[in-house]
Ligand binder design. Structure first.
Ligand code: NAP
Length: 299
């Protein structure tokens, strides 16, 4: 594949919602000639003011660059937009940063392969304000040669831009896994804030301790990962039996303060199953076995 990894290579961005505008803005800031298109034309105006070229049609936008980045609401929108453009996408690299499932990513990769399109499926682990910064992580999977040919352009999206493998479904899976992790942390904070709030403690007063506790847990993750990969679940801090006793306290406390006990009750139920499986004396990572089961087996 021709290497475009030099100078300020041209790029096209299709879809200028909150994220698409941020993506196009980052390419422009790095000096890439950037062609844009959006269903609702007016959203392109700030980008045009920054030097973007607004194409008259999605077809013209695709024809303008060897690299086409698309970021729309969902895969239904993606296919409505791209299905009529297979001929003009032929021979180009298409980077799809639309969120979806692994199945949608695989089906779209197959659709692209039938049309001669080099397809990279991507996942954005950042908010629009983070795009183009040192903190932004954008994962790409699909043919390595397509990523290598455009790596320097794609790197404009953030210092964490990287290639993670040939399987076109991998980015979607990472995106969902990370979202699940973030929701768990966020909901844990909200439940804790509700509990303390019932006793008159402001969330802001709690936030510094919550942040410190979250960082402590983050520090455990490499050790947890090692145990999961090794299949050993030795006790690093407390046994599962000890954790379960504290979970019972949290459920009772939530109920007695009149705040939702659903989240701690779910965690407690999962832990009870692990203890029933004979793991009460093991370390916390033994809970991975509960998460590995299909959910039917948990109900
Ligand atoms: P958004 O602001 O709602 O923008 C949606 C975009 O999709 C708009 O450009 C919209 O065009 C376009 N669109 C919807 N249906 C279409 C159709 N049938 N044909 C053509 N274009 C269509 O959403 P967003 O925040 O930019 O998110 C876009 C994608 O990025 C989503 O998959 C999202 O999960 C992912 N993402 C977002 C974030 C974030 O923080 N925002 C973070 C990570 C990933 P119109 O302007 O004409 O409506």
């Amino acid at each position: 594949m021709e290497n475009h990894d030099v100078g300020h290579a041209p790029v096209t961005v299709l879809g200028l919602g909150l994220m698409g505008q941020a993506l196009a803005g980052a390419f422009l800031r790095d000096g890439h000639p950037t062609t844009v298109w959006n269903r609702t034309k007016a959203k392109a105006e700030p980008l045009v003011a920054q030097g973007a070229r607004l194409a008259d049609s999605a077809r013209d936008a695709v024809a303008a660059s060897p690299l086409v980045v698309v970021c729309v609401s969902d895969y239904a929108a993606l296919h409505e937009l791209l299905d009529p453009l297979g001929d003009v996408l032929d021979g180009r690299v298409l980077v799809n940063l639309t969120s979806g499932t692994t199945r949608q990513a695989r089906e779209t990769a197959a659709w692209a392969a039938q049309r001669g399109i080099a397809y990279l499926d991507g996942a954005i682990m950042a908010v629009p304000q983070g795009i183009g910064t040192a903190d932004a992580v954008v994962l790409h999977c699909g043919p390595r040669s397509a990523f290598d040919a455009h790596e320097s352009t794609l790197r404009s999206l953030g210092a964490g831009t990287r290639y993670i493998g040939a399987d076109p479904s991998l980015s979607s899976l990472y995106e969902l896994a990370v979202l699940g992790l973030m929701w768990s942390i966020g909901n844990g904070f909200l439940q804790a804030a509700a509990l303390l709030g019932a006793a008159g403690v402001d969330a802001s007063a709690f936030a510094p301790l919550a942040k410190q506790s979250t960082e402590t847990v983050a520090g455990w993750l490499s050790g947890y990962a090692q145990q999961i990969d090794d299949g050993t679940h030795s006790v690093l801090d407390a046994t599962l039996d000890t954790h379960l006793a504290s979970m019972e306290h949290l459920v009772h406390e939530s109920e007695s303060l009149g705040v939702s006990a659903e989240l701690p009750a779910f965690i407690k139920a999962l832990t009870e199953r692990a203890v029933a499986d004979g793991h009460g004396g093991a370390g916390y990572t033994v809970m991975i076995e509960q998460f590995r089961k299909p959910s039917e087996a948990l109900s």
